[in-house]
Design a protein around this ligand. Structure first.
Ligand SMILES: C[S@@+](CC[C@H](N)C(=O)[O-])C[C@H]1O[C@@H](n2cnc3c(N)ncnc32)[C@H](O)[C@@H]1O
Length: 236
């Protein structure tokens, strides 16, 4: 589901945001990172997190990345560059068709329900020619509690021993704030994703604030801005 704000409310946010300067970065010699930063200049519900996704994916030296929830491919844009740089497979899955395309030869799009696909994943991996061990898992789908619980149950068994799993929308709001102070329109998912993640980790923190901790075998980092991003790195 996209923002539930009216066109008028969205217009007011756009005017407010137009007064907020863009973040400045020192130029990097990583061309892919520069591309991602340019892409993320368009403020969206995930623009704050694209660089983090790219960096986190690279940091696990992945052989296989899986993203659940593609839409028009913002996370796909960042993750396909991380996959290409690492020589890793990237599997992008969505229940709906997507216009996102990558020329990268180890990229595949799967259309289907993500929980159902988990049962077919070992066979899919065997046919494609990779081990069904996920080094980097990104979950950004329905944002509901029950479905997130099912995703965790279905996909954690495939996470590799040094893998990282990231959830978007762990701090969803009708109006959310980005790290530059700009505002965007979302919807209230009644803490669906964060509740499922915190139950899995057996911990509770205030998702409106940054958080770091060690729980249930994971090093956890929570970023509250831009609808929230929660990073779970397996302890090595
Ligand atoms: C917020 S969008 C994903 C955004 C995307 N990661 C990006 O960066 O642009 C959520 C997506 O999850 C998909 N989705 C919802 N339920 C799903 C399910 N059960 N299985 C697979 N995809 C699902 C929707 O079709 C939608 O495209």
């Amino acid at each position: 589901m996209n923002s539930v704000l009216t066109q008028t409310a969205k217009g007011i946010l756009a005017v407010y945001n137009s007064f907020i300067p863009r973040e400045k970065h020192a130029v990097s010699d990583d061309a892919a990172l520069e591309e991602i930063r340019r892409f993320a200049r368009k403020r969206t519900d995930i623009s704050d997190h694209l660089e983090t996704l790219y960096r986190e994916a690279l940091s696990v030296q992945p052989k296989l990345l899986l993203e659940l929830g593609v839409r028009t491919g913002a996370s796909g844009f960042a993750l396909s560059r991380a996959a290409e740089k690492s020589g890793a497979w990237l599997i992008s899955l969505d229940i709906e068709p997507t216009l996102f395309r990558s020329d990268y030869e180890k990229w595949r799009f799967v259309q289907g329900d993500d929980v159902e696909f988990a049962a077919a994943f070992p066979e899919f991996a065997e046919e494609a020619g990779f081990e069904p061990k996920i080094d980097f898992l990104f979950i950004d789908t329905s944002h509901t509690y029950t479905h997130t619980r099912s995703e965790i149950d279905a996909w954690v068994p495939f996470l590799s021993p040094a893998g990282t799993m990231i959830f978007h929308d762990t701090n969803m709001k009708l109006i959310f704030r980005r790290k530059d102070g700009s505002l965007g329109g979302g919807w209230n998912n009644r803490r669906g994703v964060i509740r499922a993640v915190q139950e899995f980790l057996e911990v509770r923190w205030d998702e409106n604030k940054p958080y770091r901790g060690n729980h249930n075998g994971f090093i956890v980092r929570h970023i509250p801005t831009c609808s929230g991003l929660t990073i779970l790195r397996r302890k090595r």
